[in-house]
Design a protein around this ligand. Structure first.
Ligand code: ADP
Length: 499
């Protein structure tokens, strides 16, 4: 039996998962690490925390699996995207902390780009809607604020990378400086049409080309693990951003297949095939993966609050003790009694894009209580997902036939059934919901021949449960209309602050 180890470097923890040839996870280990919040809205990681928590997870997971380096055919990497690092070429020392994707410190940089009318140019080239999430303005900030960084970068002394690059650089003896197309596509410096760093954008953001990593396929041997780590120079054979990796792990290989992740927030990716699609509805156009030089693209839509709404029920309202309890409470009543919860705690994401939207509960009557509120909150997660799905269908011109779900809240059977009902589309939950790690393992195994082709991997994908739409059409339309009306009431709420 041969194994592939996936390194899943996430925002709050670093995880390693040992996966066998049948696509089963045989062992895993996770290490949480420190989040740094130096100012309100700022988020940083110590680059060494990222690396050492990941290295530790790798060693322990392999130990738990009871295998050695000889049995590991390949290592795959998947990672939190957009988090930005800059380090010294000679010593490997970071010039500052990693600026995490969530960090809002460059919001004003993005405002300026928009004022300069650069929005359409950036969208056209990168597929992204300009935002502080992406690396370009984070790098600009470092050059503006870390003494000497710009000059040193211009002299070729510094290297930039997303987390994938940072890990590979540290995990290899000869310190290879690479990234993959999915991670590159989140920098706001990469042209998703030419599939190369974009000269015009580099000039615009004043980024010297010498600091940029070589961009590789998502599947392919980029280098070998330093043999001191596990006693063998194991091929490092894949790199992919976490959402893209999950799309691959869900075996969404056909155009039009969609993977919604119900985590703290929600993230939906749709495979759009060999050409990027321009979104008219606030979706990002991004690279899904590149294998053997062939690029597959995706549309991506985000929901700010998904599972977080369940945490709100638990932590702020005290209506449930555990997230899982929300299912039983929702099912204790026949319906939500006309109550709608719009969890727009931080505004409304796609397809509304209203940063002034705020949360609302509407339709309350005297009989509406705890169970109805819990039920309406779970329904809201499905309504928001449905909005994104419909927008994606419009953008892609592809009607969906199935959703392959994952993420913590996909464990909720009520939520999944309601999702199927409100969309009129079958919802399928796979046996293995660790799809992010699985994707990285598949991409790596594919490169070294553990699996022959994507068809073989797709055959490994197994459903655990299917949720078939059962709601009457009339009822469905009514519920969707009421949801829209509830959203209208939450929209723009924070536009009149007391100042
Ligand atoms: P992330 O990767 O964003 O940290 P996870 O995929 O681990 O998130 O999912 C965690 C989220 O899922 C939490 O917000 C939690 O409230 C929610 N969650 C977990 N289990 C359930 C459940 N049974 N029903 C509803 N929500 C759940």
């Amino acid at each position: 039996m041969r194994y592939v180890v996936a390194l899943d470097q996430g925002t709050t923890s670093s995880r390693a998962v040992v996966i066998d040839e049948t696509g089963c996870a045989v062992a895993s280990h996770s290490n949480e690490y420190t989040q740094n919040y130096p100012k309100p809205g700022w988020v940083e990681h110590d680059p060494y925390d990222i690396y050492y928590s990941q290295l530790g997870a790798l060693k322990i997971a392999v130990q738990k699996a009871g295998i050695d380096g000889e049995q590991i055919a390949a290592i795959g990497i998947t990672n939190q995207r957009e988090t930005t690092l800059l380090w010294e070429k000679d010593s490997g020392r970071p010039v500052c902390n990693a600026i995490v994707w969530q960090c809002r410190r460059t919001a004003s940089y993005v405002e300026r780009l928009k004022e300069q009318g650069l929005d359409p140019l950036i969208r056209e080239k990168t597929g992204l809607i300009p935002d502080a999430y992406f690396c370009a303005t984070k790098l600009q900030w470092i050059f503006d604020n870390v003494p000497g960084a710009r000059e040193r970068a211009e002299r070729g002394e510094l290297l930039f990378g997303t987390v994938d690059s940072w890990l590979v650089w540290n995990l290899t003896k000869e310190h290879v400086h690479v990234s993959d197309v999915t991670n590159a596509s989140r920098t706001m410096l990469f042209n998703i049409h030419t599939m190369d760093w974009d000269e015009e954008l580099l000039r615009l953001f004043q980024i010297p080309r010498s600091i940029l990593p070589r961009v590789c396929d998502s599947s392919g041997v980029v280098s070998y693990l330093n043999e001191e780590i596990l006693g063998r120079a194991i091929p490092i054979a894949s790199m992919a951003g976490d959402q893209q990796s999950a799309l691959f792990g869900q075996a969404c290989y056909q155009e039009g297949m969609v993977k919604p992740t119900y985590g703290t927030g929600g993230s939906m990716l749709m495979n759009t095939g060999s050409a990027p699609k321009n979104s008219q509805n606030g979706m990002l156009s991004t690279v899904a993966w590149r294998i053997g030089g062939k690029t597959c693209y995706a549309l991506e839509g985000s929901i700010f609050v998904a599972g977080a709404a369940v945490q709100w029920l638990r932590d702020e309202l005290g209506l449930i003790r555990t997230a899982a309890q929300s299912e039983e409470i929702a099912l204790s009543v026949p319906d939500s009694a006309g109550v709608y919860v719009v969890p727009a705690f931080t505004g409304l994401g796609a397809p509304y894009w209203d940063m002034y939207g705020r949360g609302a509960i509407v339709g309350l009557t005297r009989g509406a209580g705890r169970a109805q509120l819990v039920r309406a909150t779970l329904e809201a997660i499905a309504f928001q997902t449905s909005d994104v799905v419909r927008a994606m269908e419009q953008d892609s011109g592809m009607p969906l036939s199935q959703l392959r779900v994952d993420g913590g809240a996909s464990a909720n059977n009520f939520l999944m059934q309601f999702q199927a009902d409100i969309l009129g589309i079958e919802v399928v939950r796979p046996k293995i919901v660790e799809t992010t790690a699985l994707g990285a393992a598949y991409l790596a195994g594919l490169a070294v021949g553990v699996w022959e082709d994507q068809g073989q991997i797709a055959a490994l994908w197994q459903d655990e449960r299917r949720f078939v739409p059962a709601m009457e059409e009339e009822q469905r339309q009514h519920r969707l209309r009421q949801w829209k009306r509830a959203v209208e009431r939450a929209a723009g709420w924070a536009k009149d602050p007391l100042e």
